[in-house]
Design a binder for this molecule. Structure first.
Ligand SMILES: Nc1nc2cc3nc(NCCc4ccc(C(=O)O)cc4)[nH]c3cc2c(=O)[nH]1
Length: 372
């Protein structure tokens, strides 16, 4: 199986600073992947996404197979061409989105069948078809098809879904076309049960993948439960492959997960929140809908290099949000993505300098200050 040549550049206890090469460019870790579900990072041009320092973006098999269709994107040259993003793209495999978005869903050994949330049409998604779709999209990193359970769930359900996902992992690898600079990631399942998580991690390692995702989290469990599951999972993942925590999260989730050995993240939070008037800053989130900003001439963060954080007054941002102006979504999304990238850059430096825990403590203190 082709390797990405993951290099561990520095560690600080369980925290890792790494780098790996892909067919579409290098990825420095820890890293955050902006979510580009329907071949767009909502409210952003890809040049603006690049300006934040993002190296890799996420796309979704579920959305793109429904609209505009995987074969169509393939005929048009793949996702990089379609959305004009030359960098790496990771695509999720569809299972999670089927369970959270589609109707009339049915899971069998063979795969999942569901009705589109767009037009009700019936669709079939097997591990093999998901791999084929991601190949047509020309995904740099392909995800296996898996079953992600909503928590809480009975242990026997966690075990059944974990074992099914392991069988689907083997079928995904069988169907994947190995190419230099491309990779397939397995996804660890097992709910919050340490023994199931270990069995899943060891089972995936026996099959062998270019990277390993921790799935089944960020599904409503408290942060402490997510962290405890990471403590029970990461030690059983190979140290020389990237580790990706799916769907996570808010800034404090990222900091705590990096300390526990996670390298890659994706979450709709910075983009979704940007469209609802929320700004992420080093002093916590600022709700620009709040009338207290109406006369405030200060920018969100004059120390930031992000034009959205440095050049516009809170009064102006409040006005845009209250007026429902499109520019509100653009500027707040830009600020939020830039903040997430800045957090990853600063964590990487802290790990290189052996002060990751001190950074995490200072981060928590500054966030607790709240906005001035
Ligand atoms: N294949 C696969 N994909 C996943 C995607 C996920 N995404 C999440 N959580 C997203 C949580 C989430 C949802 C919405 C918002 C918001 O609106 O801000 C923020 C976070 N957990 C996830 C788990 C899996 C998984 O096991 N397997």
């Amino acid at each position: 199986m082709t390797e990405f040549g993951y290099q561990l550049l520095a560690t600080d206890k369980a925290a890792r600073r790494g780098r790996f090469a892909t067919a579409h460019g290098p990825i420095e870790t820890p890293c955050f992947m902006p979510v580009g579900t329907a071949a767009t990072v909502k409210a952003m041009t890809m040049d603006m996404v690049r300006s934040t320092g993002a190296q890799i973006v996420l796309g979704n098999t579920y959305h793109l197979m429904l609209r505009p269709g995987a074969e169509r994107v393939g005929r048009l040259g793949g996702l990089h061409e379609f959305m004009r993003w030359p960098g790496p793209i990771l695509t999720d495999s569809g299972g999670f989105q089927v369970m959270s978005l589609a109707e009339r869903r049915k899971i069998t050994e063979r795969g999942v069948t569901f009705s589109s949330h767009i037009d009700g049409a019936r669709h079939d998604l097997t591990p093999e078809r998901s791999i084929e779709i991601q190949h047509l999209l020309d995904a740099t990193i392909t995800m296996q098809l898996d079953e992600c359970l909503k928590l809480p769930a009975p242990r026997r359900e966690m075990e059944r879904a974990m074992e099914l996902s392991l069988r689907w992992a083997a079928r995904s690898k069988e169907a994947f076309t190995a190419r230099e600079g491309y990779g397939l990631f397995g996804i660890v399942q097992g709910g919050i049960d340490p023994e199931l998580r270990r069995r899943s991690a060891e089972g995936l390692q026996e099959i062998g993948f270019e990277g390993y995702a921790v799935g089944g989290l960020a599904v409503g469990e408290p942060q402490a439960e997510m962290f405890a599951t990471l403590d029970a999972t990461c030690p059983f993942l190979p140290g020389d492959r990237p580790r990706y925590l799916m769907g996570v999260g808010k800034p404090s989730d990222l900091v705590g997960a990096v300390l526990r050995g996670i390298d890659m993240f994706d979450c709709v939070m910075p983009t979704r929140s940007g469209r609802t008037g929320q700004a992420f800053t080093r002093r916590g989130t600022v709700n620009l809908r709040n009338a207290r900003h109406a006369d405030d001439p200060r920018p969100l963060d004059e120390t930031s290099d992000c034009p959205a954080a440095r050049d516009y007054s809170r009064a102006y941002l409040h006005h845009l949000v209250k007026s429902g102006e499109i520019l509100a979504s653009i500027l707040l999304t830009w600020n939020n993505l830039w903040y997430y990238q800045q957090l990853m850059r600063e964590m990487g430096v802290a790990i290189e300098e052996g002060r990751a825990e001190a950074f995490a403590a200072a981060f928590a203190e500054e966030q607790a200050l709240g906005d001035i």
